[in-house]
Design a binder for this molecule. Structure first.
Ligand code: PMP
Ligand code: GLN
Length: 377
């Protein structure tokens, strides 16, 4: 793991804590999740359910995950054989990559990529092959995606809605990925942790719902983003029994099981009514609008993300020539923290002056941060 130092999220949150700057770096909400979800966790502790849960997760949570996949996507799962509860989406990604890749296998993914993808592929002894999504629209480039596939391709590691770009992959893009996966007999591991955070009518489309894809797809999500409980680390993966069993075998020796008392609480969250899910996306869309308007006002070119917690701005307009250096100096320049996008890229030039800002914060915090950035211009 030489070359993988401290994660950028840890470094930038430590920088924010040290300087007192507004932290728009690491993506976590600054308000608590829904009261029934919080109450369920407290009740489970008081009920004395504090010992190891079952290896694949408590039955009620597995049932709630299966109900959720049916309710939102019409995917029908056997909760006993096709669902595995994990320690956040992070463990699900690691279990999937470690279970399915042999040393020398190749994993196709898009860049900029979520940081754990590169590290996990390296842990498996596999190699990443990336296709670049380019600012500001981040459309899939068919030629570069085709070129990333080879006879050694074992997995496609997809993320939609996508961190850090905020892109929601279109049906046509997903069909292209599906076609290439089938042609190369590759498995798709799809990270959908922002599935309920889409805006302006954009629809999240799970890869597993495309024709012929359920059999070769592992779908990953997490309660962290949907219920504003990123610290609870309850995630899951779903898919065909053989693939889920392979991941469960690996998971036993990564963490054995996840934390018990949070599992009934996430089950309660997954069963919340449609009003909750609508309000979540609407609130985040307003937050996106406040921050993107503020960044434009500060003279920056920004992407207009259709999903997630994040927008990307080109800090070149503020005199930045290198995003990493700029982000380290930003707290002293104006009291704000962001994350340099080039750390998520192999092709550094594609993202040299780009900065990711998180908008999963209260409106007054976003307005204050945007005002501080405008003072820089
Ligand atoms: N995938 C993506 C794309 C993310 O942004 C994150 C950050 N939450 C994760 C996975 C990790 O999720 P968790 O905290 O549930 O492990
Ligand atoms: N997913 C969060 C982000 O992208 C951070 C998670 C982490 O710190 N590993 O900001």
């Amino acid at each position: 793991m030489r070359g993988f130092g401290a994660t950028i999220f840890g470094e930038m949150s430590a920088l924010a804590a040290r300087t007192g700057a507004i932290n728009l770096g690491q993506g976590f909400p600054d308000t608590d999740g829904p009261e029934p979800v919080l109450a369920a966790a407290k009740a489970t502790i008081d009920e004395g359910r504090n010992q190891y849960p079952p290896a694949r997760g408590i039955p009620d949570l597995r049932a709630a995950i299966a109900e959720h996949q049916r309710r939102f996507y019409d995917l029908r799962l056997d909760a006993d054989r096709q669902v595995l509860v994990t320690v956040g989406a992070t463990e699900a990604i690691a279990a999937a990559v470690l279970a399915l890749c042999e040393p020398g296998d190749e994993v196709v993914t898009f860049e900029p990529y979520y940081d754990s993808y590169a590290a996990t592929i390296a842990l498996a002894g596999a190699a990443r092959r990336t296709s670049v999504l380019r600012f500001p629209d981040f459309a899939v480039d068919e030629a570069s995606l085709r070129a990333a596939f080879s006879p050694r391709t074992r997995l496609v590691l997809l993320n939609t809605p996508h961190n850090p770009t905020g892109k929601v992959f279109t049906r046509a893009e997903l069909e292209l990925i599906a076609q290439l996966a089938r042609e190369h007999d590759a498995i798709v591991v799809t990270d959908e942790v922002y599935e309920h955070l889409t805006f302006d009518g954009a629809q999240h489309l799970p890869m597993a719902t495309l024709p012929g894809m359920f059999e070769r797809t592992l779908t990953i999500s997490s309660g962290g983003k949907t219920f504003s409980t990123t610290g609870w680390k309850v995630g899951w993966l779903t898919g065909p029994e053989a693939l889920v069993t392979a991941c469960a075998t690996v998971k036993q020796f990564l963490t054995y099981v996840g934390s018990g008392p949070f599992q009934p609480a996430i089950a309660a969250g997954l069963r919340l009514g449609d009003d909750f899910y609508r309000a979540l996306a609407a609130t985040m869309q307003e937050a996106r609008d406040i921050l993107t308007a503020g960044l434009v006002n500060a003279g920056l070119t920004v992407s207009r993300p259709a999903g997630t917690y994040f927008t990307i701005a080109d800090a070149a307009a503020l005199g930045a020539t290198d995003g990493v250096d700029f982000c380290w100096r930003l707290p002293e320049l104006c009291g704000v923290v962001g994350v340099p996008v080039s750390v998520f890229c192999d092709d550094k030039d594609a993202a040299r002056t780009l900065v990711r800002f998180a908008y999963c914060k209260r409106p007054e915090v976003l307005t204050e941060a945007a005002g501080r950035l405008a003072g820089l211009g």
